[in-house]
Design a protein around this ligand. Sequence first.
Ligand code: ATP
Length: 441
Amino acid sequence: MSIDKIVSLCKRRGFVFQSSEIYGGFGAIYDYGPLGITLKNNISQLWWRDMTQLHENIVGLDSGILMHPKIWEASGHVGAFNDPLVDCKECKSRYRADDLVEKDNKNTEWIKIQCPKCGTTGKLTEPRQFNLMFKTNIGPIEDDSNIAFLRPETAQGIYVNYLLTQNALRLKVPFGIAQIGKAFRNEIVARNFIFRTREFEQMEMQYFVKPGEDDKSLNEWKQKRISFYDQLGLNSSKLRFHEHGKNELAHYAKEAWDIEFEFPFGWSEIEGIHNRTDFDLVQHEKFSGKKMEVFDQQKNERFLPYIIETSAGLNRILLAVLSDAYWEDKDNDRLVMKFHPKIAPVTAVVCPLVKKDGLPEIGRKVMDLLKPHFITIYDQQGSIGKRYYRQDEAGTPFGITIDHQTGEDNSVTLRHRDNQQQDRVDIDQLVKAINDSMENY
Ligand code: ATP
């Protein structure tokens, strides 16, 4: 299945739009339509609940996108957050050098490499380092003294607030801080729809542990994080771990694993799990001149914790969910988005069979009953079959039809999206029937 089918469905049904479309689009930025934002919110709410509600020792944070520029010197982003850039002088295509040859292969003879687009050999430039951070200026005057960066990761906001958070909540190591927010990277080659964009959202949880307990903790988080994707209904055979080899490891990492998903364009990272050691805290001590240690009451001593990071990309997970859900049901000549009912953007559609005989009025009452529990929409346009197929494309798991029998015995039909089975359910039992069906999905 090609990614183009998903792109087209996303536009047609209001999941994702290209940014600034009326101006011809804008460099790898996307906007989320009504169904997309709800699906995205449903995913991030599950993550937030999983982290901050189900773990007593993990708390939330929302730090600024703009922060003191020294933070990015300390973290290594000013000096080292670079991608090597290669241009083809013939056709003007631009590449990340590590997309063309093995990462960190310093002995590459670029003169012998062929441009994948135009096929010319000998026209690729030597790689130039390109910093991925977006720069801006604080205040009215644009000069070097007031440069600020749009954060390229949310993690640093957690590190610089970790002691304030720990003190405020009297947390004891091990504890975690979770944050969801925008990050910005001036990617050289942005591609594959919302997979690699210049503005995106991260869901990061930084877990502070005693040195020596880091390896064990990393293993625990690997298991917890991969099982999180069950809740989203992702097919587990499309998920796998990839360990970073020595050449791949980031400057801060002792050990790193990616969770990869099998997208229509191949296996690619959706989340990184890293042992960052005390690298970041040591750096912030150095650059800020402030102590970053926590106090161990039992031992009556101060120490720098190690950090296990779980860093997931919300937009990439959304794309994984969209591509996994996409189902061409050829037997029934329909397109279905098989979202798990817990994250589907719309849970139920209420359809009076006809626009008369008091059925719309009953439909409105059913809406009032369901709205406090589920995202529910009302649809009385067109034939019932067409209405259902419209909702199949939007991924709505339940369809409720009010028909003439409803007036007689207070029952409706409850249609299940995937197998199109219809049950007769008493209106008073509808909330329970939907909840049960969601639980047993
Ligand atoms: P890649 O190698 O694909 O560029 P990365 O290893 O640089 O990713 P991390 O720095 O580990 O990514 O970021 C953590 C997560 O943030 C990634 O797993 C991914 O889900 C998300 N992410 C990173 N860059 C982007 C981007 N440009 N667009 C969308 N999501 C991104």
